[in-house]
Design a protein around this ligand. Structure first.
Ligand code: DSN
Length: 420
């Protein structure tokens, strides 16, 4: 690995080697991260990185597209099969581009989007005031009714929808651990003549692996996603349209030439390989195991009496109020756990009284360690070690022992190369 970088560029080589070591010897609990297979890595670093392919298969602006067309068609076909829909655009460079491209496809400047309140788990690209999107579109909000159960306030959502007349009713989140009542979203969207859209970035792998429900089955019109989280592909985005061809055409035009230039064909090859893996029976087992592992971690936190937002999880992530429960701010927990070899992220909790750079919570989950082969027992142990470390933050000896145990666990479960 990295032979040519090693010969040519020592500085970059050392950083790459360091990251290889960090990933191999540490426990990755950021719920939006994962490991890709060697096949996905190879496709992603293939010489398709040399190719310009503006346009879509069969309709490109440059010559030499025999193989790019093959690769993009495979990616699109597999995506459609995975998520049971008629149209797929696999060109968005990222989840953010997928969402931005979608807004521009369906909205005029000044139009309204109804999305999850950002402090209750929504995402930057769902209309955070720091994004340029808010200079162009209006974003209005719904929230959880009860932060201890995660129940969404669907009555409030309906009221806001009737009053504000959104063109998009947007479901989806980056820090909300429960499954939604998809039928309610569709019902409210239909009542006000809006598109029902779900950003499935976090749970795409769980939907593809049939461990969670597919929002298309409840009638959602469009789904946007990243491909690198639970779906376990290369970094990138995608937009799926259930059946409306006119909408799918608008989306294609919006992504190219509206928003992006040449697609990253090497990444699209990685997506194609990842979607092939996700269609395999092994992937279904993987998706189901993520949910079991998250439950095992939830149980340990419950016993340790650390408050979890929404009371726990139905998915791959847990949001814990460590400041409220043990007086440790999220940032301190993130740093402390990093030192013992456990990576996760500090995270705001619903209606957090602390600032976003030093919030009350931590967000974590088992998608990456499940790829390593961890089952409930190992995941529960990792959660126990997290609690032990946080409750013994000044005991250097104890923290050293935890670091050693993490290293041993990682050696026992090396990052695999082959997933199918
Ligand atoms: N940064 C991603 C996450 O971690 O949830 C969302 O874009």
């Amino acid at each position: 690995m990295y032979d040519y970088v090693k010969k040519q560029d020592k500085e970059v080589f050392e950083a790459l080697e360091g990251e290889e070591r960090r990933q191999a010897e540490g426990i990755e609990l950021i719920p939006s991260e994962n490991y890709v297979s060697r096949a996905v890595r190879e496709a992603n670093f293939s010489n398709l990185t040399n190719k310009y392919s503006e346009g879509y298969p069969g309709k490109r602006y440059y010559g030499g597209q025999t193989y790019t067309d093959i690769v993009e068609n495979i990616a699109r076909d597999r995506a459609k099969q995975l998520f049971d829909c008629k149209f797929a655009n696999v060109q968005p460079h990222a989840g953010a581009n997928a969402n931005i491209g979608l807004y521009f496809a369906l909205l005029e400047p000044g139009d309204t989007v109804l999305g999850m309140d950002l402090s209750h788990g929504g995402h930057l690209t769902h209309g955070h005031p720091v994004t340029y999107l808010t200079k162009i579109f209006r974003f209005v909000r719904y929230k959880m009714k009860n932060v201890d159960t995660g129940e969404i306030d669907y009555d409030e959502m309906r009221e806001v929808a009737k009053k504000e007349k959104p063109k998009i009713v947007l479901a989806g989140y980056s820090a909300y651990p429960r499954e939604l009542n998809y039928a309610k979203f569709v019902e409210i969207a239909r009542e006000v003549g809006a598109y029902a859209v779900m950003d499935i970035a976090h749970i795409a792998g769980l939907i593809a692996g049939k461990a969670m429900k597919n929002p298309f089955d409840a009638g959602f019109d469009i789904m946007t996603t990243t491909t690198h989280k639970t779906l376990r592909g290369p970094r990138g985005g995608m937009i799926l349209t259930r059946e409306n061809e006119e909408v799918a055409k608008k989306i294609d035009k919006s992504i190219f030439p509206g928003l992006q230039g040449g697609p990253l064909m090497n990444t699209i090859a990685g997506k194609a390989v990842c979607f092939g893996e996700a269609l395999s029976p092994k992937f279904k087992k993987y998706a189901v195991q993520i949910l079991k592992n998250a439950k095992a971690m939830e149980e340990v936190f419950r016993k340790a009496e650390i408050r979890m937002l929404t009371g726990g999880t139905d998915s791959h992530l847990i949001l814990a109020d460590v400041f409220g429960s043990i007086g440790m701010p999220g940032k301190e927990a993130e740093t402390l756990l990093d030192e013992v070899g456990i990576t996760l992220n500090k995270n705001a909790i619903a209606d957090d009284t602390r600032g976003p750079m030093d919030p009350s919570g931590i967000r974590f989950g088992p998608p990456a360690i499940t790829t390593r082969g961890f089952k409930e027992k190992e995941c529960a142990r990792v959660a126990e070690l997290m609690v032990e470390a946080m409750k013994n933050k000044d005991d250097k000896k104890k923290l050293g022992a935890i670091r050693e145990e993490i290293r041993t666990l990682c050696k026992k479960f090396p990052i695999p190369d082959v997933f199918v």
